[in-house]
Write a protein that binds this ligand. Structure first.
Ligand SMILES: Cc1ncc(C[n+]2csc(CCOP(=O)(O)OP(=O)(O)O)c2C)c(N)n1
Ligand SMILES: [Mg+2]
Length: 647
């Protein structure tokens, strides 16, 4: 029996070694080390369907140790996924090959998520497992009941995000989550003892996980552990003691097999040692058939399930069902407009839409400050997933990685809150959401010096710019309740783009005073005020500074200097408008100025170098917020004076 597993595993090993060698770059060590464990998993345990990779109830397999991408590509090819052919494998790491350097998420291919930044996959897997539990509760165990497997190495487990995600998984008792730890005690710099002496077993157990230990090259032990894992009442980690580069006489067990081709001579030696007589990329027919049988058997099993349960996701309701309630609130607001923090406006919006079964809210221990939790939210608790709100704890990075997993799993829409300043703790996961085109919504409150006394450590300066510079991420900074509602609507409708909604702590004056059936924020920037027909000045602004901009515009008008104010809640959407539209907004006057309590450089693309940029290019201050605005000369008097000097 061992022989059969070994031969199957060697298919993975040699495809990986040969692909890395041909590409002259890549990571052979991990696929060689984990080939045995992966073979047992795919052959005997994983529920999947190569013929229909999107089957909703499939077990999810996440390769958190994304550098070992050839392990995944080999498995997908061998089990018969159409997404990956032998020629794709021969094109490993070449332009436009699906076999990219690190796994890149593509829907319906078996590549469940983009990994490579170590640790991210673990947090994604926690998100998958949470989604599974939520849907299981909603639709019943007969329809949804699957596992999530995540393969993680020493590196993933050293990363901070793994601590956050594993801890939350243990707390929530995610019994459907199985972590396969490639415990080879080697990373790039050498033996892991150079940098870490964690007691992994104690660590996992303290999080509330079960922990098993196996020799990762002993099939009996692997099978036994995976059998046990199926019945675990807690999330479970299986430590697989492996040899990195297994089979390589000179590089096995050494960091030298981690991240570069083994070299032709060494590969010859591996072939001899593992008794592999075949040419590069040649898998003998009998083994190819055996692997295909594994895929076919899995497909058959999956089909039986699918035939029984079609279309369980008919609840894919849109915002339409809430439109009447949203309109009613807007009407009341127009009748009785009042100052309101945009975080509060956001809560009012969430109060309506949180009744949707699709939205899963949360915050990293700032629910009351982010206003993400409404009175009707039900909390997701350990072992009880009937709710729709997650207390992520003080774990911003894991929150965002987990939200990626939730978004990827099915059609749930995750949103999560923290302070805008701590978006820096979220950035790697936000970037991946944008790359993977996932609908994840970030509610980032306390979005400027307007938060006041907490001071410069809490006052975002460069954060908006750095978020705006991430491709395929919409950054909304609404100016009042109406724009906040519009931003939320756009974020929910953006199925392929994650959204940041940056919100104020402090109250802001109502600006929009009449109902408009068109979502003005969908233009990204639009004229919100005009004080005369012939104007000399364009002021562009976002969020809390838009009302300041309007005040400035009115004041200038009293001196017969006429202007328009462009409210720009979303630069990314504005940049997508037609040239005519953009010219109409930006080119009407010679002088264009920007006002935003944030880093100023990014606005120069609209104002040009001749324009004026009012903002903050230094760290903030600890004081009542109005004093800080004055300190940074973001005041009616100061800005009006400088504009007049320039005109
Ligand atoms: C966040 C992050 N930091 C650094 C790297 C670069 N890197 C890739 S693999 C690796 C070492 C991983 O060690 P381990 O998980 O033990 O993998 P093994 O060498 O055993 O395959 C590092 C530092 C990365 N991919 N992601
Ligand atoms: Mg390692």
């Amino acid at each position: 029996m061992s022989k059969q597993y070994k031969e199957l595993a060697n298919c993975i090993r040699f495809l990986s070694i040969d692909a890395v060698q041909k590409a002259n770059s890549g990571h052979p060590g991990m696929p060689m080390g984990m080939a045995d464990v992966a073979t047992v998993l795919f052959k005997d345990f994983l529920n999947f369907d190569p013929k229909n990779p999107s089957w909703i109830n499939r077990d999810r397999f996440v390769l958190s140790a994304g550098h070992g991408s050839m392990l995944l590509y080999s498995l997908l090819y061998l089990t018969g996924y159409k997404s990956i052919s032998l020629s794709d494998i021969k094109n490993f790491r070449q332009l436009d090959s699906i076999c990219a350097g690190h796994p890149e998420y593509h829907p319906n291919t078996g590549i469940e998520t983009t990994t490579g930044p170590l640790g991210q996959g673990i947090s994604n897997a926690v998100g998958f497992a949470i989604s599974e539990e939520i849907l299981k509760k909603k639709f019943g165990k007969r329809k949804i009941d699957h596992k999530t497997y995540v393969l993680a190495g020493d590196g993933c487990l050293m990363e901070g995000i793994s601590h956050e995600a594993l801890s939350l998984a243990g707390h929530l008792k995610l019994k459907n989550l199985i972590l396969l730890f490639d415990n080879n005690s080697i990373s790039i710099d050498g033996p892991t003892s150079l940098a870490v002496s964690d007691d992994h077993e104690k660590r996992f157990k303290s999080y509330g996980w079960n922990y098993l230990k196996v020799n990762g090259h002993n099939y009996q032990q692997i099978i036994k552990a995976l059998k046990k894992a199926q019945k675990s009442k807690k999330p479970i980690a299986i430590s697989c003691k492996t040899t990195i580069g297994y089979g390589s006489p000179n590089k096995g067990g050494k960091a030298s097999s981690h991240g570069s081709p083994l070299g032709k001579d060494e590969i010859q030696l591996v072939r001899r040692k593992l008794d592999w007589k075949h040419e590069p990329f040649q898998i003998p027919k009998n083994l190819l058939i055996k692997w295909k049988q594994i895929g076919d058997k899995a497909s058959k099993k999956a089909k039986r399930h699918k035939d029984k349960f079609k279309n369980i996701f008919s609840h894919n309701e849109t915002l339409n069902s809430f439109n009447r309630s949203i309109e009613k609130i807007k009407q009341d607001y127009f009748k009785n407009p009042k100052s309101l923090a945009t975080r509060k406006s956001s809560e009012i919006f969430l109060d309506i839409v949180s009744k949707s079964p699709s939205l899963i809210g949360g915050s990293a221990d700032l629910a009351g400050s982010n206003n993400t939790k409404t009175k009707d939210h039900k909390i997701i608790k350990p072992g009880n997933f009937s709710g729709n709100y997650i207390h992520y704890g003080v774990r911003e990075h894991a929150m965002c990685g987990i939200m990626n997993g939730i978004a990827l799993h099915s059609n749930l829409i995750p949103y999560g809150g923290t302070f805008l300043i701590f978006s820096d703790y979220c950035k790697p996961s936000i970037r991946l959401a944008a790359m993977m085109k996932q609908r994840v919504i970030y509610v980032f409150t306390h979005d400027s010096i307007g938060l006041g006394e907490d001071g410069p450590t809490h006052q975002p300066i460069e954060q908006l710019t750095s978020l705006r510079s991430i491709p395929n991420l919409n950054v909304f900074r609404p100016a009042d309740l109406i724009e906040t509602f519009e931003s939320w609507q756009l974020a929910i409708e953006s199925k392929k783009t994650p959204s940041v909604i940056a919100l104020t702590r402090q109250g802001v004056k109502p600006l929009r005073n009449k109902n408009n059936s068109k979502n003005e924020s969908s233009y990204g920037g639009y004229e919100i005020l005009r004080t005369g027909k012939e104007i000399k000045l364009t002021i562009i602004s976002s969020g809390s500074e838009t009302s300041l901009s309007c005040d400035i515009s009115h004041k200038l008008a009293t001196e017969s200097i006429y202007s328009k104010v462009i409210s720009m809640p979303c630069q990314e959407l504005f940049d997508q408008q037609t040239k005519d539209y953009k010219n109409k907004i930006l080119k009407e006057t010679d002088l264009v100025v920007s006002i935003e309590a944030s880093e100023t450089g990014y606005w120069k693309k609209y104002t040009g170098t001749n324009g004026l940029n009012f903002g903050i290019d230094n760290f903030g201050k600890s004081a009542p917020y109005k004093d800080i605005y004055n300190h940074f000369e973001l005041s009616l008097e100061s800005i009006t004076k400088k504009i007049k000097e320039k005109l």
